[in-house]
Design a protein around this ligand. Structure first.
Ligand SMILES: [Zn+2]
Ligand SMILES: [Zn+2]
Length: 165
């Protein structure tokens, strides 16, 4: 994770993501510097730069960076997450996943579910999956949180065999 994110959140995400992939997930803390990716004009953090700074060690299959700041890539207002397929690293932002961001009452269960979907989605890309037309599939593209909330944390029957044999 890239920031001082409450331990309870990462513990729960570890379990939910591990549950989808049936694999072991380990938590590493604060291994990247956020400041290097900050754009003072946009007041956002350059996603691709942070993604590139996530070093993968030997024996690690995939790396997920979790940032609690707003991420962007050039030409887009913001991104929920980004994947680097070649290196097997992904990054997601928690920033726009909370109900509070939209002036609504906090809903931790919903927040964690959204974060899980973003992580599983980006990891799906590292397994070579493209966006799926099935709007219930986790690989469906999220234009907005409404799309994210509509889809499930799981891969559909077409996508699933491509990653979990
Ligand atoms: Zn995607
Ligand atoms: Zn699918």
């Amino acid at each position: 994770m890239l920031d001082n994110i409450a331990h309870g959140i990462t513990e729960k995400l570890k379990d939910s993501v591990g549950g989808v992939f049936h694999c072991t997930v380990e938590i590493k803390v604060n291994f990247s510097d956020l400041a290097q990716a900050y754009d003072p004009e946009r007041k956002q953090y350059f996603s691709s730069k942070l993604l590139a700074s996530l070093g993968k060690s030997e024996g690690e299959e995939r790396i997920v960076g979790i940032a609690d700041v707003d991420l962007y890539v050039p030409k887009l207002n913001f991104v929920f997450g980004e994947a680097d397929i070649a290196s097997g690293t992904v990054i997601i932002s928690l920033y726009r996943l909370r109900q509070e961001y939209y002036g609504l009452a906090p809903d931790e269960a919903l927040f964690l579910e959204r974060a899980t979907k973003e992580i599983v989605h980006e990891l799906g890309h590292t397994f070579g999956l493209k966006h799926c037309f099935n709007n219930k599939c986790v690989m469906h593209f999220s234009n907005s949180l409404a799309d994210t909330d509509l889809k499930e944390v799981y891969f559909c029957s077409k996508c699933r065999p491509k990653i979990i044999p």
